[in-house]
Every structure is written in C-alpha cells, then in structure tokens.
Design a protein around this ligand. Sequence first.
Ligand code: 5RP
Length: 225
Amino acid sequence: MDMKKLAGDKAATYVKDGMVVGLGTGSTAYHMVNAVGEMVKNGLKIQAIPTSKATEAQARELGIPLLTIDQVDHVDLDIDGVDEIDPQFNAIKGGGGALYREKVVATLAKQVIWIMDESKLVDKIGAFHLPVEIAQYGSKQAMAKMEEYGFHPVLRVRDGKTFVTDNGNFIADLHLGAGFDIEDVREKISGIVGVLEHGLFLNMCKRMIVGCASGEVKVIENPAK
Ligand code: 5RP
C-alpha cells in the first residue's frame, strides 16, 4: 500500500475546473501531480503554479498548463507535502529544499491542503530538522548566529556538494528537537541577516489528507479555517 499515493490521489479530487492550483514538491506531491495530469488529459481545465523546478518539469511533461508566480494575484488551492505536522496544524516543510517557493504559493492560496503518509503526524514538531534557506553570501555568519542561539545548524550537502536551492541559495538544517519553542525560534530566525525563509508553516492548511498503512485515507479538517 503506497500511503503517499493514497493521499496524493485523494487530494487531486479537490481540484476543480477553472482553478489556479499550486502544485507542491516531493514524493507525495509527485503522486498528486500525476493524478492532476491524468484529470487534465481527461478534460479538466485548470492553470497551475509549480513550487519547484522538479515539479515544473513533471507538470510540463504531463501537459498541465502552467503560469508563473508573477502572472497571478491569487491561487485557489495549493496542495503540498509536509515533513512533520502537529495537532495544531503547525508544520515543518522544506525537506526537499523547496520551502521558499512553497511558502510563497501557500501564502497566496485561498485554500491549502497538506498531504502525507501517517508517519508525518506527530505530537510535537522538531524531531525532523527545520530547514532554513539562507543566502550564499554571508552564510558563514548566518550559520554562526544560529549556532549562538543554540539551534545546531548543519549546512545541507547533497552528493558531496553543498546543496543549492532553485533560488541559488543554501539550506541550513536546524536540529532543535521535538517540543522546541516555536514562537521563539520563528522570531529569532526571521531576524537573522541572510535568511530568506524558514520551513515553519504555522496553521496554514484547511485540511490534512493522510494515507494510512491500513489503506484508509484520513481527511482532517482544521476548525480554525
Ligand atoms: C519539499 C517539501 C516536501 O513537501 C516535504 O519534504 C515532504 O516530502 P515528501 O512528500 O517527499 O515526504 O517541503 O521542500
């Protein structure tokens, strides 16, 4: 049973004719994009904004009509994955390094759906590292400030090289531990020169769609939205 596919396929059913849709990034979003591509082949009329170069390539291949972020003033529905989420709908994202574009699109969206397998549901976020996108220029100084705050930053490396985002920046992964003080970290991180964006997505979604090992797909509505 592919829990990520269960969630991705279910989320695609919320996409309707005429919508401007944010297409997320990652292995769960991948299934959702495939399902939306299938719907487009069958006549669904939408326009979509991809949240990464990888998703853009996938959507293009599937024939999903695309817009750039500068061509829209709103997004009707954004569907994306998460790395961890708590019962208050506070999420960590950016495991795939696309957090900046993901946050721009989610912030513009009238409705946000997070999709995941059940392992992403946690009591308190923070066991997963918190990704922070930082400018290359001055990255050493930004990392030093994070270290001074006790955030244990590690510069992300992929295939033996420093990871570079779609925006040409680095990622610092903060090792905070479950139950860290979310507000305190958010405030301190936002104040560091060189930080473009962090992977805290706090109470942004209207619903979570969770694929479970049992084959069940849970839809959890956010009462605050
Ligand atoms: C990418 C993300 C992803 O949505 C997040 O990492 C979840 O990925 P996956 O669905 O592959 O587990 O934030 O920047």
